[in-house]
Design a protein around this ligand. Structure first.
Ligand code: SF4
Length: 456
């Protein structure tokens, strides 16, 4: 018997137990595009209507943030949504004990595990999608099946990518750089407000800390820079005590007698702990809750422990003075050289106190992060006119294609990195801004970007 392709897919790839081809990323895409029935029926039999799928969260935490739906009694509810292949994955991933999931109102999965029905946290509606798609699953799978680049970036090309890529390079560059200027002006306004409130030096310190925090730990780093202002850091003459204060106030210093510490980390941790214990009382009101850090959310090389070591290195008084001057002058070469050369005997090889040893020695601030810091620290705070800054930025490196930039590029341009003739520092930031303003906010069907492109 000759099977049609469609039937073959149905019978071979879509078993009752969904195989790897029905990945969570395909389910996420289905949800994002709202290709589900209206209304949806929960496991308890309630009819709910999906009003907005939520903001697709490509970071750790629930899959979609601030989804909204109306309940059977007509109330509109807004909360996070978590998606799995199996209903039991909620328990397997220990979401109930993870505070990042405390705002989840919807748990959506492909199939419900029969024995587990009814055993979920109260207040979270459970929805099995298996019988509730608005199009045949086979077609959705072939539509959303991902290429390796897309898997890597967690993204799919969006609706406007053919139009964007079809633009002449100079036009595409112009649009991306416009968005880049928008991003830069926002940052300069914020930086100026901070300079007015806290002074130039502290504004640099906060911007640097936030940049080192990446998006995952931006807030705790920002809080730390406020709790331990650079003025106070510079007043501490002993480098080990400076580090002890930074790690101690961050809540990232463990008592070596009560925590799991590797033999390599023990000597350093003991020294820091002894110093911290002497000054702890003084800093007690400022200590950050350790729970604010997303320790498992980053690759070991980018762990907050290592980023904090980088911040501590840059706060050495003579280093700090030169760094500040390079920011003030908008001297990108000097800034990149300084942040790219920070090094620490222990943290160059380790990712935490618990013995996580890096496979090879790794720079505390890699080239990509250093280039991102140019835009986060130097561009907003340089004492230059916009015209002069724009002129200088033309020679700033465009940076690599890792992380969010790859996602933005796949989504907006359909390729894992922007074409070489539009790769400028400002165009890169513009691409990220468009991705943030449009792609992470709404599905393509509700997006005004195609209209905007027509108008251009
Ligand atoms: S969300 Fe908007 S900007 Fe993003 S790919 Fe879709 S149409 Fe384009």
């Amino acid at each position: 018997m000759v099977l049609g392709y469609r039937r073959w897919i149905r019978e071979n790839l879509l078993r009752e137990e969904p195989g790897p081809i029905l990945s969570e990323s395909i389910l996420q895409r289905i949800w994002f595009e709202q290709l589900v029935r209206d209304p949806l029926i929960t496991l308890e039999g309630e009819s709910i209507r999906l009003l907005h799928p939520g903001i697709w969260n490509h970071r750790p935490g629930p899959d979609f943030l601030q989804a909204s739906f109306s309940s059977a009694d007509g109330r509109v509810l807004t909360g996070d949504m978590e998606l799995h292949r199996h209903s039991s994955d909620w328990g397997a991933h220990k979401h109930s004990s993870n505070p990042a999931y405390k705002n989840v109102l919807l748990h959506v999965f492909w199939q419900a595990d029969p024995g587990l029905i009814g055993s979920f946290p109260a207040g979270i509606r459970q929805v099995a999608l298996e019988q509730q798609l608005s199009a045949p699953l086979t077609e959705l799978i072939s539509l959303f099946h991902s290429s390796p680049a897309e898997v890597l970036s967690g993204e799919k090309p969006g609706q406007c990518h053919p139009a964007l890529l079809a633009l002449p390079p100079e036009k595409l560059k112009e649009i991306l750089e416009e968005a880049g200027w928008h991003r830069l002006r926002q940052r300069r306004s914020l930086a100026q407000a901070r300079v007015g409130s806290f002074g130039f030096e502290q504004a640099v310190w906060i911007a640097l800390a936030e940049g080192l925090g990446f998006s995952e730990n931006r807030e705790p780093f920002s809080s730390l820079a406020r709790a331990v202002p650079i003025r106070k850091v510079l007043q501490i003459p002993d480098p080990l005590e400076r580090n002890a204060v930074l790690y101690g106030v961050a809540g990232l210093l463990s008592d070596p007698t009560h925590s799991r510490v590797s033999e390599y980390a023990l000597p350093l941790l003991r020294e820091l702990w002894a110093r911290w214990w002497r000054v702890r009382e003084e800093w007690a009101p400022y200590i950050l809750p350790g729970s604010g850090w997303r320790l498992g959310a980053t690759r070991p090389n980018n762990s907050p422990y290592r980023r904090l070591a980088a911040l501590a290195c840059l706060s050495y008084p003579f280093v700090w003075q030169s760094l500040m001057e390079s920011v003030r002058r908008g001297d990108s070469a000097c800034f990149l050289k300084m942040v790219g050369s920070v090094s620490d005997e222990f943290w160059d090889h380790h990712a935490g106190w618990d013995g996580r040893v890096l496979s090879s020695s790794s720079k505390l601030i890699g080239a990509d992060r250093a280039m991102a810091l140019l835009f986060q620290v130097v561009a907003p705070l340089a004492d230059l006119t916009e015209l002069e800054l724009g002129r200088r930025m033309e020679s700033w490196p465009a940076g690599g294609d890792a992380g969010l930039l790859r996602s933005a590029s796949v989504r907006l341009l359909g390729v894992p990195f922007p074409p070489s003739d539009v790769r400028t520092h400002l165009a890169r930031e513009g691409l990220l801004q468009i991705y943030k303003d449009f792609c992470r906010a709404k599905p393509c069907a509700q997006c005004s970007m195609p209209e905007f492109l027509k108008s251009r």
